[in-house]
Ligand binder design. Structure first.
Ligand SMILES: Nc1ncnc2c1ncn2[C@@H]1O[C@H](COP(=O)(O)OP(=O)(O)O)[C@@H](O)[C@H]1O
Ligand SMILES: C=C(OP(=O)(O)O)C(=O)O
Ligand SMILES: [Mn+2]
Length: 528
C-alpha cells in the first residue's frame, strides 16, 4: 500500500454523462445551514420547532426501502459483489434511463448542491457531491457528512455524485425497478441515484455501502458501529443493528464521541465516515438523554416525522412512524473527538436488543464467540407497530450487524475483524439493550442507566479481575458482580419470576440461532 491511497482510480468526471446541473434553472451551491433552513421553509412541508429544529415529514417512506436497492451490473466493478437478496443487479441500460430522467427532473427546477467528504482519515476520504431539489435533504447531507473547510471547497472535485430526486417515481418497465422507489449505486460510473423516497437515511446508508465496497481493497475494515474514546485514550466500537443503541450509548458524558454509526478500522486505528449523527428520536427524554435531546432540539437539527403541537415537540408520538429521527452535526454533542479519529480499538462491543429477554445484559466473549456473534448479527424487535402487551418479538439475523449495506461477501469483513481482534488482543463483549425479566410483552426494557454502568465497568477495566460464570445456554461469561447493578439483573434466569419459562425461552432462542446457522450453511453450499 502506498503512502497516500487513491480511493478513486479514474478521474472524478469520466465523461460518461453530462454535468447533471447543466441547464438547471437555479443552482444553489453549498448554502449554509441557515440558508438551507430558510429554503426548506419556503419550499413548504417543513416548520420550525419552538427551539428552532427543522421539522420535516417524509410522507410514505419512513424507513429504508431495502428491496429497492440495486447495484449496477458492470463487469469491471462487480465481479466481487455479494449478489443475492441484499444486492440486486440492475442492467446498465436501465441505470442510464433512470439517471437521465432523474437529471432531467432536477434540471427543471431549483437545485441544491452540497459538497462533503466521507471518511475522517484524509488517507481514506472520498469527496461526495449531493445534487437534490430538496433543501432539507441538502441540509441533511451537510449535517451528516464531513463539512469541507473554505479551502477544501475551492477546487472541490467530487469522486462520487448522488443524484437525489425524491419526487420522481421510477418506472419499472423502463428502469428495471420493482416500483417507484429506487436506490442505485453505479461503482463504475461513480454515481448514486435515489428516487421515490424522502427518507433521508437512504443518503447516508448509500454512501456507507460505497465505503463498504471501497475500503477492504485498501486493507481497511468498514463497520456498522458507533465509537468513542475514554479518558485514557482507549477506543471502543459498538456494533449493532438499527435500534440497538449505537447512537445512544456512544454519546456518554465520560467518553469522547468519535461517531454514531459508520467507521473504518485501518492500521492507524478507528475513523468516523461521517460528521453528524442520526438518532432514533422516539421517546427521546430530556433527563435520560440530555446530550442527544439538546442536539436534537436546537436550530440546525432536523427532526424527521416527529410530531409537534404549536411548535412544541412531542417525542413520544409515534403515530407517523416508530422510526422518527433526529439529525445533527456531531459538534452539537459536547464531548467529541474533533478529528473523528481514534487509535486501535481496545474493546469491541456487540449490541443486541433481545426482545425475548434471554441474553444477559452484559457478557464477555472469547474471540471465537465474538466472531460467531458478528457473523450471526442477532437482534429481536417487537413485531408490528403496536408495542407492548401481546406483541410477539421477531428475531432478526443480519450478518456483520449490517447485511443491507454489504456489497462484498460477509466473509471478507469477517476475516478482517478476526485478524484485528487477534492481532491487537481486543476485549469483546455482548450487551443486551433489550428486555429483561421476560419477553417484551411481560418484561421490562433494560434500564439505560444499568446498561451505561455495565459498559463503563467493562471499558474502564473494572471487570478485568471480576469473577465470571457461564450462562448455561450460549456459553456466555456473565460477571457475577458489578457495582451499581443488582446481581439479579446480571443473570437473566434470576431476573425472570418463572425459571421454567426462562428455560423455555432460552431454548427457543437457541433454536432460532441454530436455524439461522443451518440457513447460512445451506447458502454457502449453494454458492460453492
Ligand atoms: N438500555 C438501553 N440501551 C440502549 N438504548 C436503549 C435502552 N433502553 C432504551 N433504549 C432506547 O433504544 C433506542 C436505541 O436507538 P439508537 O441508539 O438510535 O440505536 P441505533 O443507533 O443502534 O440505531 C433509543 O431510543 C434509546 O432511548
Ligand atoms: C439510519 C439507519 O441506521 P441506524 O438505525 O443503525 O441508526 C437506518 O436503519 O435507516
Ligand atoms: Mn444510530
Amino acid at each position: 500500500m502506498s503512502g497516500s491511497i487513491t480511493m478513486h482510480s479514474t478521474s472524478p468526471h469520466d465523461g460518461a454523462f453530462m454535468d447533471p446541473l447543466a441547464g438547471a434553472r437555479h443552482v444553489f451551491h453549498n448554502l449554509s445551514a441557515g440558508e438551507l433552513v430558510e429554503h426548506a421553509l419556503l419550499q413548504g412541508g417543513a416548520h420550525l420547532s419552538d427551539g428552532g429544529a427543522l421539522m420535516v415529514d417524509t410522507a410514505e417512506h419512513t424507513g429504508r426501502s431495502v428491496r429497492d436497492k440495486f447495484i449496477v451490473d458492470e463487469p469491471a466493478s462487480t465481479s466481487d459483489i455479494w449478489w443475492g437478496e441484499v444486492n440486486q443487479p440492475m442492467a446498465p441500460a436501465h441505470f442510464q434511463n433512470l439517471r437521465a430522467r432523474a437529471e432531467d427532473h432536477l434540471r427543471g427546477g431549483v437545485v441544491y448542491v452540497q459538497d462533503v467528504f466521507a471518511g475522517a482519515d484524509p488517507q481514506y476520504r472520498i469527496a461526495v457531491r449531493l445534487v437534490t431539489d430538496s433543501a432539507w435533504h441538502a441540509l441533511f447531507a451537510r449535517n451528516m457528512f464531513i463539512r469541507p473547510t473554505p479551502q477544501e471547497h475551492e477546487g472541490f472535485a467530487p469522486h462520487y455524485t448522488i443524484i437525489h430526486a425524491p419526487g420522481l417515481q421510477a418506472v419499472p418497465a423502463q428502469d428495471g425497478t420493482h416500483g417507484g422507489t429506487a436506490i442505485v449505486l453505479s461503482l463504475e460510473q461513480k454515481s448514486i441515484v435515489i428516487v421515490g423516497t424522502r427518507y433521508a437515511g437512504e443518503i447516508k446508508k448509500a454512501v456507507f455501502t460505497l465505503m463498504n465496497w471501497l475500503l477492504p481493497q485498501h486493507g481497511v475494515l468498514p463497520m456498522h458501529c458507533s465509537a468513542n474514546i475514554g479518558e485514557g485514550g482507549d477506543v471502543a466500537v459498538f456494533f449493532g443493528l438499527s435500534g440497538t443503541g449505537k447512537t445512544t450509548l456512544s454519546s456518554d458524558p465520560s467518553r469522547r464521541l468519535i461517531g454514531d454509526d459508520e467507521h473504518g478500522w485501518s492500521a492507524h486505528g478507528i475513523f468516523n465516515f461521517e460528521g453528524g449523527c442520526y438518532a432514533k428520536a422516539i421517546g427521546l427524554d430530556r433527563d435520560r438523554e440530555p446530550a442527544i435531546w439538546r442536539a436534537s432540539t436546537c436550530f440546525g437539527a432536523i427532526l424527521e416525522n416527529v410530531a409537534s403541537q404549536d411548535g412544541v415537540i412531542d417525542f413520544d408520538d409515534g403515530s407517523r412512524t416508530e422510526n422518527t429521527r433526529s439529525c445533527y452535526p456531531i459538534e452539537f454533542i459536547d464531548h467529541i473527538q474533533p478529528d473523528g479519529c481514534g487509535g486501535i480499538a481496545r474493546h469491541v462491543v456487540m449490541l443486541t436488543a433481545d426482545a425475548f429477554g434471554v441474553l444477559p445484559p452484559l457478557s464477555r466473549l472469547t474471540p471465537q464467540q465474538a466472531m460467531y456473534h458478528f457473523m450471526t448479527g442477532y437482534t429481536a424487535k417487537v413485531a408490528g407497530t403496536e408495542k407492548g402487551l401481546g406483541a410477539t418479538p421477531q428475531a432478526t439475523f443480519s450478518t456483520c450487524f449490517g447485511a443491507p449495506f454489504l456489497p462484498r461477501p460477509p466473509e471478507v469483513y469477517g476475516a478482517m475483524l478476526r485478524s484485528l481482534i487477534e492481532e491487537h488482543g481486543v476485549a469483546c463483549w455482548l450487551v443486551n439493550t433489550g428486555w429483561t425479566g421476560g419477553p417484551c410483552s411481560t418484561g421490562q426494557r433494560m434500564s439505560l442507566a444499568h446498561t451505561r454502568r455495565l459498559l463503563n465497568a467493562a471499558l474502564g477495566g473494572e471487570l478485568d479481575a471480576a469473577g465470571f460464570e457461564e450462562d448455561g445456554y450460549f456459553g456466555l461469561l456473565i460477571p457475577t458482580e458489578v457495582q451499581g447493578v443488582p446481581s439479579g439483573i446480571l443473570r437473566p434466569r434470576q431476573a425472570w419470576d418463572d425459571a421454567r419459562a426462562y428455560a423455555r425461552a432460552a431454548g427457543e432462542l437457541l433454536d432460532m440461532f441454530a436455524k439461522n446457522d443451518e440457513l447460512k450453511r445451506k447458502a454457502a453450499a449453494r454458492d460453492l
